[in-house]
Design a protein around this ligand. Structure first.
Ligand code: G3I
Length: 304
């Protein structure tokens, strides 16, 4: 069993911010790093079968200098995907997908703790999301993707990652059922990544049960992109509720032995949230000046 880590995503433009890098490199705060964009398909294979790895290398270098683990994010995703318009037959797309996975995973072989092999493949009601992969290859694409990743780096743990699978519901049940089916078919799935893009005051009370249900399949659980956002401005009541919410997430993970790590997504002023949810943010245990908020002490309390 892996030891519980706490980590963060980061992105290349942020690496020029010295104050930020100092905190990001503090291994008492962050034992793990996720490249926020630089390992995605558009960054690594912007042009078909031409691979570029300089951006990932920069983030790996920082993490390895600090002795931090790295989660690879992500191999097969409908977004940031230059081939999303499709036009391929089944065999061609399988070969494109296998080639992408093989080249990227092989490149970083032995240096990546987890790969998010699949990202966000479900709709909210638990049906398959429309994507070039599902629409062309059908329900076989997950198994093909996991097998290619395992062949390229047998030491990396392989994950399927999604949002809104934090508590019980149709989408989490779809995840549970798919992973159960894949494992029964001998597909090498090692873990379920729970993104945990949560909202202050609205954190599901069923998280622990849901994660225990996932773990009962015999896989690990990683909280991969945790943030608990609120509507600006962040007032005292919101910060206090957020502290309780963070405590509940940390406690649920601690109480599920196979929950092996918690990563937040893009701390401080580099949060992705205001661009996608205008008027919202303040989702992390640090504020924009990197000063700890009440949530920080709440997490620390949960850990002791
Ligand atoms: O690289 C271009 C740059 O050349 C250009 O000047 C700039 C202008 O806007 O855009 C840059 O690309 C941006 C890219 O991030 C890199 O910074 C895209 O516009 C922007 O849309 C993209 O956003 C990322 C988003 O995924 C895309 O879907 C966020 O940074 C990243 O945090 C976010 O992460 C996702 C996870 O991968 C999966 N789960 C949800 C999460 C949040 O959406």
């Amino acid at each position: 069993m892996e030891k519980l880590y706490f980590g963060s995503a980061t992105d290349n433009p942020e690496l020029t911010d010295a104050q930020y890098c100092t905190l990001l490199s503090n291994t008492k705060e962050f034992g793990q790093i996720t490249p926020g964009n630089s390992m995605k398909w558009d960054a690594t294979e912007g042009t078909r079968n031409t691979f570029t790895f300089a951006k990932d290398e920069a983030i790996l270098a920082l993490a390895e200098r600090n002795g931090q683990k790295v989660r690879g994010h992500t191999l097969v995703w409908h977004s940031q995907l230059p081939i999303s318009n499709g036009g391929f037959d089944n065999a061609t797309l399988i070969s494109i997908m296998e080639n992408h996975i093989t080249e990227v995973v092989k490149k970083w072989k032995g240096r990546i703790l987890h790969w998010d092999v699949l990202n966000e493949i479900f709709n909210e009601d638990g049906t398959w999301r429309s994507s070039v992969f599902y629409n062309t290859i059908g329900e076989a694409f997950p198994g093909i993707a996991f097998r290619a990743a395992r062949a390229a780096d047998p030491s990396a743990k392989l994950y399927i990652n999604d949002y809104n699978i934090d508590g019980t519901g149709a989408k989490s049940t779809a995840m549970y059922n798919l992973v159960k089916k894949l494992l029964a078919e001998g597909v090498p799935v090692d873990g379920i990544g729970v993104q945990a893009h949560l909202i202050v005051g609205n954190v599901p009370s069923t998280m622990q049960n849901n994660w225990a249900r996932f773990a009962s399949l015999g896989v690990d659980i990683a909280i991969t992109e945790l943030g608990i956002r609120m509507t600006f401005p962040a007032d005292a009541a919101g910060l206090s509720q957020q502290a309780d919410d963070y405590k509940n997430v940390a406690t649920a993970c601690i109480n599920v032995p196979r929950c092996i790590g918690i990563s937040r997504f893009h701390p401080y002023k580099y949060s992705w949230i205001p661009a996608i949810f205008p008027g919202q943010g303040a989702a992390l245990p640090w504020d924009e000046d990197m000063v700890v908020k009440p949530a920080y002490a709440a997490i620390a309390g949960a850990l002791t």
